[in-house]
Design a binder for this molecule. Structure first.
Ligand SMILES: [Zn+2]
Length: 143
């Protein structure tokens, strides 16, 4: 099923494509405030929504995460470190006023899209209390 050669970012690309097709505009790999070596996979700066697409293995998915038997102690430490860093990244973003949405790579692209869209709708409602809604971009560029 899983093509080992494919980039592990494929679920992220599918999600980005779906979001873009639906008219959402986002930044890719925006730096995490206070941790410039970490990045937000898909960032919506106006709504302050940070979407992280997490790989099941590296981020310890409860359904697909596992500790390899070979060198299990090293892996156990490594994966625990990853989880701690994820939690720390979330804390940094939330401290800066961002909402963090984590999407597993195993989620169907349409499910991931639905999660992001509803989080944006919620974030948009709070954003409109602070500032006026900018004019909707005209999607039509035809002459
Ligand atoms: Zn998974």
């Amino acid at each position: 099923m899983v093509d080992q050669r494919s980039r592990d970012t494929t679920p992220e690309l599918l999600l980005r494509r779906a979001l873009h097709a639906a008219g959402y505009r986002y930044r890719v790999n925006l730096k995490v405030p206070g941790a410039p070596r970490r990045t937000i996979d898909i960032a919506f700066p106006r709504q302050r929504l940070a979407v992280m697409v997490d790989g099941c293995f590296w981020h310890g998915c409860p359904e697909h995460g596992h500790i390899p038997k070979h060198n299990s102690e090293w892996w156990s430490n490594k994966l625990a470190h990853n989880l701690a860093r994820d939690g720390d990244t979330t804390a940094l973003l939330e401290a800066a006023g961002w909402t963090v949405l984590r999407v597993w790579e195993h989620e169907a692209p349409e499910d991931a899209f639905a999660h992001v869209a509803s989080a944006l709708a919620r974030a948009g409602r709070t954003a409109t209390n602070r500032a006026e809604v900018p004019p909707r971009a005209n999607p039509s560029h035809s002459p």
